[in-house]
Design a protein around this ligand. Structure first.
Ligand SMILES: Nc1nc2c(ncn2[C@@H]2O[C@H](COP(=O)(O)OP(=O)(O)OP(=O)(O)O)[C@@H](O)[C@H]2O)c(=O)[nH]1
Ligand SMILES: [Mg+2]
Length: 398
C-alpha cells in the first residue's frame, strides 16, 4: 500500500473533531518483551506506511533484557512521533492498560491501534482497520475467523487449538457470541469508546486482556466490526504466552460469566431484605391495632420504597441504565403498583378462604408471586441496560 493511502486512512475521526487540544490522530500501541529482532523493522515499516505527523507510535517495553528499548530510543531520537514507555513486566494486559492510558492522556490520541511487534499482524492492514473507523465503527477488529481471514499453517496445532477453544469459550462462557475472533490482538479503537469502557480501570495482567477489553467495549455500546486479516507465524523471537496466561484467561471468562449472575444474587438478597421489612412492618402495624386489610398494602409499599433505593444504588448500580433516576422512579412505581395489587389480591383472597390462618403467613404467600414479577419487570424494564435499548447488538461482520 502506498504511504498516502495509509496516511489518509490514518485520520479516522477527522482533524479536531474530538477537540482542538488533541495532538495525535492515531497512536499505534505496541507492547514488546524481547523483540529486539522485530521492533526495528516494525518501526521502520510503520513510519514509512503512516508518514502523517498526526500519527504516533508508542512502544511499551517492560525491561526486555535483549535491549529492545535501546532500539526504540534510537528511533525516537530520529523521529519525534516514536515514543517509548517503560515499566515493570506484569504481562501483556498490564502493558496494554498502561500504553492505552498513556496514548489517550499524554499523547491525546483520538484513536488507538493495538498490535503485536512480531509481524504476525501485517502493519499495512492497519489502514483497513482505520478506514472502518472513518466509516463510522467504534472498533475495527482484525479477524482471522471471518470470510477472507486466515491463519498461518505453520502455527502449531496446540496454538490453533488454544485460539479456537479460547474463542468458543469466550462465546459460550462470557457471552461474546456476536464476535468471531474474540482473542484477536489487532484492533483499531476510537478514543471515545476506550474512555467509555474505562480501560484504565481494568484489572487484568495477561492475554485475557483481549477478551476483557472486547467485553467492556460491547457492554458500553461500542459498534464493533470485523475486518479479515491473515495472521502470520512470527519469523523471529519466541512466544511469551505462558500457562499463567492460559489459566488467567479461563478464570477471567468465568468471572465475566459470574458477573452476569451477580445481579440475580444481589436482587435475591434485596428481595429478602424487602420481605423482612414487609413482614416486620405488617406485624408491627397489627400490634398497633391497624386492620390487616390496611396493614397489608402499607407494609408492602414501605418495602417497595426501601427496595427501590437498594436496587438503584446496589443491585443495578453498576449498570449504564436507560433514562434518569426520575424516569426510573416512575417505572419502578408503576411496576410496584402492579405487583402491590397482585400481592394484595393474593392476601385478601387467601384471608377470605382461610380466615383461621395467621395473617403474617398469608401476607408472605402474597409476596412470593409479586417478587417473581418484580424481578422480571425490573430487570428488563425499570433498570434496563442502555445497550439492550438499542435492540440488536451494535455489531456487524464483513
Ligand atoms: N510489554 C510487554 N509486552 C509483552 C508482554 N508479553 C508479551 N508481550 C508482547 O505482546 C505481543 C504479543 O506476544 P506474543 O508472544 O507474540 O504472543 P502471541 O502472538 O500470542 O504468540 P506467538 O505465537 O509467539 O506470536 C508481542 O509483541 C510481545 O512482545 C509483557 O509482559 N509485556
Ligand atoms: Mg505474536
Amino acid at each position: 500500500m502506498k504511504g498516502d493511502e495509509a496516511n489518509s486512512a490514518a485520520n479516522p475521526v477527522g482533524a479536531g473533531q474530538l477537540g482542538a487540544a488533541a495532538k495525535t490522530d492515531v497512536c499505534f500501541v505496541i507492547p514488546t518483551y524481547n523483540e529486539a529482532d522485530n521492533i526495528g523493522p516494525m518501526l521502520r515499516r510503520l513510519t514509512e506506511l503512516y508518514p502523517s505527523p498526526g500519527t504516533a507510535f508508542l512502544v511499551v517495553d517492560d525491561g526486555s533484557p535483549d535491549g529492545t528499548a535501546a532500539t526504540v530510543r534510537a528511533f525516537a531520537a530520529a523521529d519525534d512521533r516514536v515514543h517509548l514507555l517503560e515499566g515493570v513486566r506484569l504481562g501483556l494486559g498490564d502493558a496494554y492498560v498502561r500504553g492505552i492510558t498513556h496514548a489517550l492522556a499524554v499523547l491525546g490520541a483520538e484513536a488507538v491501534v493495538q498490535m503485536d511487534a512480531d509481524f504476525s499482524h501485517d502493519p499495512a492492514d492497519a489502514a483497513r482497520l482505520l478506514a472502518r473507523l472513518a466509516a463510522g465503527a467504534d472498533v475495527a477488529l482484525g479477524s482471522r475467523y471471518v470470510v477472507g481471514g486466515g491463519l498461518d499453517r505453520r502455527w502449531s496445532l496446540w496454538r490453533r487449538g488454544l485460539s479456537r477453544w479460547g474463542n468458543t469459550l469466550a462465546h459460550w462462557i462470557a457471552g461474546l457470541r456476536q464476535v468471531r475472533d474474540c482473542t484477536s490482538g489487532f484492533k483499531a479503537i476510537k478514543a471515545a469508546a476506550l474512555q467509555a469502557a474505562q480501560v484504565g480501570e481494568m484489572q487484568v495482567q495477561g492475554y485475557a486482556f483481549q477478551v476483557m477489553l472486547l467485553h467492556r467495549l460491547l457492554r458500553t455500546g461500542a459498534e464493533v466490526v470485523e475486518e479479515p486479516i491473515y495472521f502470520r507465524e512470527r519469523e523471529r523471537g519466541s512466544t511469551k504466552l505462558g500457562w499463567r496466561d492460559v489459566l488467567e484467561f479461563f478464570l477471567q471468562l468465568w468471572q465475566l460469566r459470574m458477573g452476569r449472575h451477580r445481579v440475580i444474587v444481589k436482587f435475591g438478597c434485596t428481595g429478602l431484605v424487602g420481605a423482612v421489612v414487609n413482614l416486620g412492618t405488617f406485624q408491627l402495624l397489627l400490634l398497633l391495632g391497624v386492620h390487616k386489610f390496611l396493614a397489608s398494602p402499607i407494609a408492602t409499599e414501605i418495602s417497595i420504597v426501601c427496595n427501590f433505593f437498594i436496587n438503584n444504588y446496589w443491585t443495578f448500580g453498576g449498570r449504564q441504565m436507560v433514562g434518569n433516576k426520575r424516569s426510573r422512579g416512575l417505572r419502578y412505581n408503576l411496576v410496584a403498583l402492579f405487583t402491590l395489587s397482585v400481592s394484595y389480591g393474593v392476601f385478601v383472597g387467601l384471608s377470605l378462604l382461610f380466615p383461621e390462618v395467621a395473617p403474617v403467613l398469608l401476607q408472605a404467600c402474597g409476596i412470593a408471586p409479586a417478587a417473581l414479577l418484580n424481578y422480571i419487570l425490573h430487570f428488563y424494564w425499570t433498570f434496563r441496560e442502555k445497550e439492550e435499548e438499542a435492540g440488536a447488538p451494535a455489531f456487524s461482520r464483513q
